[in-house]
Design a protein around this ligand. Structure first.
Ligand code: ASP
Length: 304
């Protein structure tokens, strides 16, 4: 293994309207990010693989009610919760994803199992859950995901839709992108989707090339935002494509794309890492929960 000095991890906890976060809530979020980043970075520092680091970080967020993924998933219009996740390993384009799952404690772990244990990339609904049971993944009763707060959010949003007033919800998908000492890039994303979505709606998070992309020698990306746009503009892959074919820097490529999305009314952001462990985290919303640690040991956690 060629060991590189340039390695690191970047994570996000969603982009959107953050102005209603109290200082105490911000602090709790920042603490969770810091703790998760330090533990994920340890995996890389010990010579572990980037795919282990991103899976670990995302599953930590899925276990927390703070984010819109796993435990904290938002509600669809019929008051059910359906989760999407994906993971990709840039060394060999190994990729796995799940969509519309309802009883999987950690959708990102199931996405990895799809990548490693099947010849498919994306499993949905009942088929994905049956596969999870056979593979020993942790299954939970839907009550595990119950959230009074998220139900209130759904009701509020429904009222706004009925009033025809502008609908801006705090969105809080999670993601992680890392490069390890061997130069392997991985990315993972997990979400409960968007509040008040139609049952059966699938966003960008489990779509390889939209919500998640990892390509050794170029970059890795995890997106968050209004998923339909991120699918139509193939955002995660587009970041790497511009770097590869237009020779753009990570910063140039990512910021241009997020600005272009803003111009067409698509809100969101992304986190990305390149082959030299440079990091970029642009967003066009009023905030994006994000943090990183790289091999120069700088830890950064920000919301605005
Ligand atoms: N991109 C996610 C989706 O459309 C939502 C989010 O990032 O908050 O499902």
């Amino acid at each position: 293994m060629i060991s590189s000095e340039n390695y690191g991890i970047v994570v996000h906890g969603g982009a959107g309207v953050m102005s209603n976060l109290t200082e105490a809530q911000q602090k709790i979020i920042e603490q969770k990010l810091t703790k998760t980043l330090i533990a994920s970075y340890q995996i890389l520092e010990n010579g572990g693989s980037s795919i282990d680091a991103v899976e670990f970080a995302v599953s930590e967020f899925e276990d927390s009610p703070l984010f819109n993924a796993g435990k904290g998933s938002v509600y669809a219009s019929n008051e059910t919760q359906e989760m999407d996740a994906s993971i990709m390993y840039g060394k060999n384009r190994l990729a796995g994803a799940v969509a519309s799952v309802r009883v999987i404690k950690n959708p990102v772990k199931l996405a990895r199992a799809v990548a490693e244990e099947t010849s498919h990339v994306l499993l949905v609904g009942d088929g994905a859950e049956t596969f999870a049971k056979k593979n020993g993944l942790e299954i939970v009763d839907p009550i595990y995901f119950y959230s009074e707060k998220n139900l209130k959010r759904l009701k509020k949003l429904k009222n706004k839709v009925a009033e025809n007033s502008s609908v801006q919800d705090k969105i809080g998908t999670v993601g992680a992108v890392a490069i390890d000492k061997a130069g392997n890039i991985s990315a993972a994303t997990s979400t409960g989707g968007m509040t008040n979505k139609m049952p059966g709606r699938v966003g960008d998070s489990p779509i390889i090339g939209s919500g998640t992309w990892a390509q050794n020698g170029v970059c890795g990306v995890s997106s968050t935002g209004h998923g339909e746009f991120f699918i139509k503009y193939q955002v995660a892959r587009e970041v790497c494509t511009r770097m590869e074919y237009l020779n753009q820097s990570l910063k140039e490529s990512t910021t241009n794309i997020i600005n272009e999305l803003k111009d067409i009314g698509a809100s969101g952001g992304l986190i990305a890492i390149d082959k030299d462990a440079n990091i970029s985290t642009p967003f066009n919303t009023d905030g994006m929960i994000r943090g990183s640690i790289t091999s120069n040991k700088t830890l950064s956690v920000e919301i605005y």
